[in-house]
Write a protein that binds this ligand. Structure first.
Ligand SMILES: *Cc1c(COP(=O)(O)O)cnc(C)c1O
Length: 340
């Protein structure tokens, strides 16, 4: 099976499993798990931020961040495609009593000027008070797009000028850092909080670390407990994260290269209408009108290839650690030979 639905489908390698088995663990709710503590320390060091906290999922880490930055009734600004709005089960309203002001922008990215225009005037008490801006890097529904760092800096100035907090949903931040050859400490300086997932391209079974400034993170452990995310001997999973930090970051470049090759092949095929710009490990494309998405997905499935339907005529393939060169060559041949 060649599974390109998501980079979350990876299974731990034998080496990662060996590393997991050797982990020293303790009760992390008492903060006595040395492996979790080590992963959190490594993340604060990497981003030069004050504190870090290990969460079971990216959604929970984002939701905790939103809770930490807002009060009920307030509003956050994010892209119309954003994960916090579309794929976290309505948690923004459920957990924090907050609404989202949605803005558009190229491939899931927002700009400083659109953020500025979306802020409600704080003295106009009829409107919700704007208190937070959330950005995603890389973007998920936007097809793995990476921000220009200068735009993130401009958005930060807008946040500062209006007293807004600034959260980065960095589920795939490592992909962006590798693709753009950027220094994580620059991100640490810019944001109030950043979530980074280990369960995507980094190949761990679970885990997201939320890193942030001390003032915010002081309450993070309580919010995590409220959300049900206090875990006990979870050092086994933090070990997978440590293993990934040491072994699986640079190799993301291979995923990016293969995604680019898939995009290039798709572009040359008569049955493909459009392929979005491919910067990292996500390829989003559309079929010509005379082929039904469902038929194409089923035809590929019959050849042991799984891809995702993003809706609105968009299909998605995501490359990852378990997608080998051999699978890649098979996929490219099958795409090339495909005829409805
Ligand atoms: C995957 C993802 C998350 C977190 O998802 P979980 O399944 O809850 O770990 C958050 N944001 C983005 C952009 C993602 O792609």
């Amino acid at each position: 099976m060649i599974d390109l639905r998501s980079d979350t489908v990876t299974k731990p390698t034998p080496e990662m499993l060996q590393y997991i088995l050797k982990a020293e663990v303790g009760d992390d709710v008492y903060k006595e798990d040395p492996t979790v503590n080590e992963l959190e320390r490594r993340m604060t060091e990497l981003f030069e931020m004050d504190e870090a906290l290990f969460f079971p999922s990216g959604s929970m880490a984002n939701q905790a961040a939103i809770k930490l930055h807002t009060q009920p009734g307030e509003q956050l600004i994010c892209h119309n495609y954003s994960h916090v709005f579309n794929y976290e089960g309505g948690g923004v309203s459920f957990n924090s009593g907050v609404s989202c002001k949605l803005i558009d922008g190229d491939r899931g990215m927002i700009t400083a000027s659109s953020v500025e225009a979306a802020i409600n005037p704080p003295d106009f008490y009829h409107s919700p008070l704007t208190s937070l801006v959330c950005v995603e890097n890389t973007t998920n529904k936007g097809g793995g797009a990476c921000y220009e760092f200068s735009e993130l800096e401009k958005i930060k100035s807008v946040c500062d000028n209006h007293g807004l907090k600034y959260h980065l949903d960095g589920a795939r931040l490592m992909n962006a850092l590798v693709a753009k050859n950027e220094d994580p400490t620059r991100y640490g300086l810019l944001f109030d909080t950043i979530s980074v997932c280990f369960s995507k391209g980094l190949g761990a079974p679970l885990g997201t670390v939320l890193i942030g400034k001390k003032e915010v993170m002081q309450n993070a452990i309580r919010v995590r407990k409220v959300l049900g995310g206090g875990m006990r001997q979870i050092g086994y999973m933090a070990a997978a994260g440590l293993y990934a930090l040491d072994n699986n970051i640079e190799r993301l470049a291979e995923d990016h290269q293969r995604a680019l090759e898939i995009a290039l092949v798709l572009k040359g095929l008569a049955y493909i209408k459009d392929v979005e710009t491919t910067e990292t490990n996500i390829v989003i494309f559309q079929l010509e009108d005379d082929i039904k998405d469902e038929k194409f997905i089923n035809d590929l499935a019959a050849q042991h290839i799984k891809i995702s339907d993003m809706g609105q005529g968009k299909l998605r393939m995501v490359t990852h650690l378990d997608y080998t060169q051999e699978m890649h060559e098979t996929l490219l041949e099958i795409l090339d030979d495909y005829s409805k």
